[in-house]
Design a protein around this ligand. Structure first.
Ligand code: SAM
Length: 282
């Protein structure tokens, strides 16, 4: 299956307020006509707001490991910025071995790429290689345990044991993904260590400025994943059968409550901010 296909859609445009991103960009001193690289571009949901902030004055390169996303993003960006067609190129390649020369970009950026990588150091050192001296990196990655914690409008009086069981289950689930070399779902919290190892300077770390309030119930409220997938990865992560089954029962109980409240047309879920943006200078 194409990488991340089930997670990439226009909902991503709601993750950031453009005014907030604009404030972040005030910390970046870029020259005229900066060259920008977005790695793991997907369909361009991160590149588009960034390029809008930079107005007409840029040269853009995207990279993705999947041919599918290379075509999709190239088409989408060229359609979105019709007067800039000649300044946009998207290449197929890996974050571990970028098909680009040293010291060639003013800004290297990505969103939800590192969470999929089993070697963040390797990618970060490639980002550093292609970045011009004095250039910036802008890395937006999640800490996905926050949005798994059941802090929602339904659970003020929910038994603490149920909240513990669901959190427990998600931690093992994420550990299973990591053990399976599919990356670290909490990478937003750990990137600092990797950045320091590369001797890069963190200028500022930003959190997301909004919470996701949604009445949508996915997979009967359990989340995006199906039961079998949760069972598989949590077990791989080291959870006992009892932890998995108790956790699943707790998830279902919370799901039922959310569903009921959703039917009554209340907000069912308030997802706390889980994204972190690192602004880094070479
Ligand atoms: C979750 S998507 C994020 C897409 C886009 N950055 C966004 O925020 O909408 C992750 C993207 O990274 C790409 N990807 C995964 N591993 C990669 C690698 N090693 N090198 C380059 N791209 C990779 C996937 O194909 C996918 O398009």
């Amino acid at each position: 299956m194409v990488h991340s296909i089930e997670y990439i859609n226009d909902e991503r445009f709601k993750w950031w307020r453009i005014e907030y991103l604009r404030k972040i960009f005030k910390f970046i001193n870029y020259q005229d006509s900066p060259s920008i690289l977005d790695v793991g571009i997907g369909e361009g949901h991160w590149s588009i707001p960034i390029l809008e902030i930079m107005q007409e004055d840029w040269f853009f390169t995207g990279v993705d490991i999947e041919e599918y996303w290379v075509h999709k993003s190239s088409e989408r960006l060229k359609k979105h910025f019709p007067t800039k067609k000649d300044d946009i190129k998207v290449l197929q390649g890996s974050a571990y071995k970028l098909p680009l020369v040293d010291d060639s970009f003013n800004l290297v950026t990505c969103q939800t790429l590192f969470l999929h990588l089993d070697s963040p150091s390797k990618a970060l050192s490639e980002f550093k290689r292609v970045l011009k001296p004095g250039g910036y990196m802008l890395i937006a990655e999640p800490i996905n345990i926050f949005n798994r914690l059941d802090i929602s409008s339904v659970d003020e009086n929910l038994d603490v044991a149920i909240k513990v069981s669901t959190t427990n289950l998600w931690l093992y689930y994420h550990e299973g993904i990591r053990k399976n070399n599919q990356g670290n779902q909490h990478i937003g919290a750990f990137l600092l260590n990797y950045i320091q190892k590369e001797k890069l300077n963190v200028i500022q770390i930003f959190g997301n400025d909004q919470v996701d309030i949604t009445t949508k119930i996915k997979n009967n409220g359990i989340w995006w994943e199906n039961e079998e997938e949760i069972r598989k990865y949590a077990t791989l992560g080291g959870a006992s059968k009892q932890i998995v089954e108790t956790g699943l029962m707790a998830l279902k109980k919370v799901a039922q409550m959310k569903k009921k409240q959703s039917l009554e047309n209340c907000f069912s879920q308030i997802i706390p901010s889980s994204m972190v943006i690192y602004l880094i200078k070479k």
